[in-house]
Design a protein around this ligand. Structure first.
Ligand SMILES: Nc1ncnc2c1ncn2[C@@H]1O[C@H](COP(=O)(O)OP(=O)(O)OP(=O)(O)O)[C@@H](O)[C@H]1O
Ligand SMILES: [Mg+2]
Length: 244
């Protein structure tokens, strides 16, 4: 089996009139099993679009994405979505549901409608509570997420992504808007998943210092293309080169 868990070959999305080009404009990149990769780039570079395309949320017009060596197609997508957890930019939680209910929503893809009609099985509830406990949120399980702080919401979103035990976690700006302490907690959580469980992590960040501290490798996007792929040494210099 290929060493790569994520591969994009000449990935191109639909033409965007506002940009005069496709949003993703010929992306090539490869990510190895167990890597912690940071995805960098200015606002509008295409980072979120790339992450969303890895879980089949963006139609592609050219090129191919392979997850664990399997091309994304309508037929392979359900299985791929179970292997790939996603943290959306801004959390994407349902505000009027409790922390526990939001985490359980992460389980919907693995249960039939019939199974969830009668409520989630007890085993799922225990798993969700266990995850909330690990993320330091056990006592807030029944709180509506609209009443949680930004950092707490981000950790609920992490628990929701983890409840399906993904091999790969895609995190779109997991620490944007969080204070120093909450940012560090979230980054440490991702780092532990990487080191202790060997999870492959791809995180969009804007802070080059934090990127270099946690990630092994960086991919920098600009105008829908990869402009740097390599170690996190001298990210400042790499950035200066790209954007000078
Ligand atoms: N559905 C869409 N239709 C048309 N244009 C879009 C669509 N989604 C995104 N775009 C445009 O594509 C570009 C890339 O957007 P994307 O959200 O991927 O950027 P990003 O790198 O995540 O930026 P940020 O750092 O601000 O989150 C932007 O110029 C955006 O306006
Ligand atoms: Mg984005």
């Amino acid at each position: 089996m290929s060493d790569f868990v994520i591969e994009c070959h000449n990935l191109e999305t639909a033409y965007a009139a506002s940009l005069n080009r496709p949003i993703l404009n010929g992306i090539n990149c490869q990510i190895k099993r167990g890597e912690f990769v940071v995805l960098l780039g200015l606002n509008g570079a295409g980072k979120s679009t790339l992450l969303r395309s890895l879980v089949g949320l963006v139609p592609t017009v050219r090129g191919e994405i392979q997850i664990n060596g399997v091309p994304i197609t309508p037929r392979t997508l359900p299985k791929i979505r179970r292997d790939v957890g996603m943290l959306f930019q801004g959390g994407g939680l349902i505000r009027q549901l409790s922390a526990l209910e939001n985490v359980l929503c992460g389980r919907l893809g693995m249960r039939t409608t019939w199974q969830t009609l009668l409520g989630f099985p007890k085993s799922d509830r225990l798993l969700a509570l266990d995850l909330l406990e690990k993320l330091g949120l056990r006592q807030l399980a029944d709180q509506k997420t609209s009443q949680l702080s930004g950092g707490q919401q981000q950790r609920v979103a992490i628990a929701r992504a983890l409840i399906q035990s993904p091999q790969i976690l895609l995190a779109d700006e997991p620490i944007t808007g969080l204070d120093v302490v909450a940012s560090q907690q979230v980054m440490e959580t991702l780092s532990e998943l990487h080191t202790q469980q060997g999870m492959t992590i791809v995180a969009v960040l804007h802070d080059l210092g934090i990127a270099a501290k946690y990630a092994q490798r960086a991919i920098v996007l600009d105008a829908g293309r990869v402009v740097y792929e390599g170690l996190c040494d001298n990210l400042q210099t790499q950035f200066a080169k790209v954007y000078s």
